[in-house]
Ligand binder design. Structure first.
Ligand SMILES: *[C@@H]1O[C@H](CO)[C@@H](O)[C@H](O)[C@H]1NC(C)=O
Ligand SMILES: *[C@@H]1O[C@H](CO)[C@@H](O)[C@H](O)[C@H]1NC(C)=O
Ligand SMILES: *[C@@H]1O[C@H](CO)[C@@H](O)[C@H](O)[C@H]1NC(C)=O
Length: 336
């Protein structure tokens, strides 16, 4: 009997140890390609025995809390319609496809700031549905999560992680002029050889380009801090009841997973809590549909060019498609 008891005890202990390997992960809501990118990562986490719960707003273009999945959903209500969200993205797309060509750089920049501020406004309305909802905050507290995992495009994850008192892990491609990484995450970016993201510069800069890089960093820092994040800082301070900034809270993130690789971006200094995870969402290739396979094989030595406009562009006119195709036709493809 005692041997039996002992083995039951050992068995129970083993089960407990097995269970304690899996963590409880709370995932921040996101949208479009950011969500497409996150899903396979969450599936892998489930495969490894973790329990994954995703916050999903009642209005979203890409997230759907009724869709069957292996992770759980924590839906929350927002005072925003899918139309409002679509409008923000449509305005941004329309601006970048049709309007930008007819503007000078200052007009482009001013319009960009306006559109971004508009987007921030909607983001804060989303956040109301989480931090200003007692029901949701209680559920999150009772959930006893071990970590909050977020793609930082929608603010509030840092505030929520702090309120819940849990570590924060970020998954990020890059931010404009590396603002979040530099100013909040303290990632060094010497302007003499680290080109600001979206400055169109490379790491090989002459004197005037370096000067432009310095000014570009400085300009983004002022604009992001003074205009784009102003409402967010105000919001966070109201919730916390003490003056805080988004950047300061974001700086407390424990790990930054960068969706790129050392051989894909320009060389730069890194910190130990910044990890490259480029391609984390990739899955083994599947065979092409028969018709497409035939088309690819028919290209012979010339090969084909795969061209993608991302998750937001639903349709392109035949005229534009032909324009893009004729430009790509000029490329010579070299086989290594
Ligand atoms: C959400 O998913 C459910 C189940 O797959 C589906 O019936 C519903 O139409 C989807 N809703 C939206 C808005 O896509
Ligand atoms: C953002 O929201 C505030 C208050 O809800 C409003 O006063 C402001 O005009 C809005 N800004 C934009 C750019 O929509
Ligand atoms: C794409 O579809 C939208 C909505 O259906 C339409 O308004 C727009 O004109 C279309 N664009 C092109 C380039 O066909």
């Amino acid at each position: 009997i005692s041997a039996l008891r002992l083995s039951v005890c050992v068995l129970l202990l083993l089960c407990a140890a097995e269970n304690s390997n899996g963590g409880k992960i709370l995932v921040w809501y996101t949208e479009a390609s950011h969500w497409i990118n996150m899903k396979p990562v969450l599936e892998t986490l489930v495969d490894r025995g973790h329990q994954v719960t995703v916050l999903v707003p009642s209005a979203s273009m890409f997230m759907n809390s009724s869709e069957p999945s292996r992770f759980q959903y924590q839906p929350f209500d927002v005072d925003v319609s899918v139309k409002d969200i679509e409008k923000v993205f449509d305005d941004l797309l329309h601006f970048s496809i049709y309007e930008m060509d007819f503007m000078n750089p200052i007009q482009i920049y001013m319009t960009f700031i306006d559109l971004t501020k508009n987007n921030m406004n909607i983001s804060l309305k989303f956040l109301d549905g989480v931090v200003k909802s007692e029901t949701i905050m209680k559920k999150l507290k009772d959930g006893n999560y071990d970590v909050l995992f977020a793609d930082p495009i929608y603010p509030g994850y840092d505030l929520t992680a702090e309120i819940l008192g849990i570590p924060l892990v970020l998954s990020l491609r890059f931010s404009l002029a590396h603002y979040w990484e530099r100013m909040c995450g303290q990632l060094p970016a010497p302007p003499s050889f680290v080109p600001a993201a979206m400055s169109k510069l490379t790491d090989k800069m002459d004197f005037s380009e370096r000067l432009f890089n310095v000014l570009f960093y400085a300009l983004q820092d002022v604009v992001i801090n003074q205009f784009i994040l102003k409402d967010v800082n105000k919001y966070y301070s109201e919730v916390k009841g003490t003056p805080v900034t988004h950047c300061k809270m974001l700086g407390k993130a424990d790990i930054w997973l960068l969706r790129t690789y050392w051989d894909f971006d320009f060389p730069r200094p890194l910190l130990p809590n910044f990890k490259f995870v480029g391609g984390i969402h990739c899955r083994p290739a599947k065979p092409l549909p028969e018709e497409l396979e035939k088309f690819v094989q028919s290209s012979g030595d010339a090969g084909i060019v795969v061209f993608s406009l991302g998750s937001m562009v639903k349709n392109v006119s035949t005229e534009k498609a032909n324009l893009i195709a004729s430009a790509l036709a000029h490329f010579k493809i070299y086989k290594y």
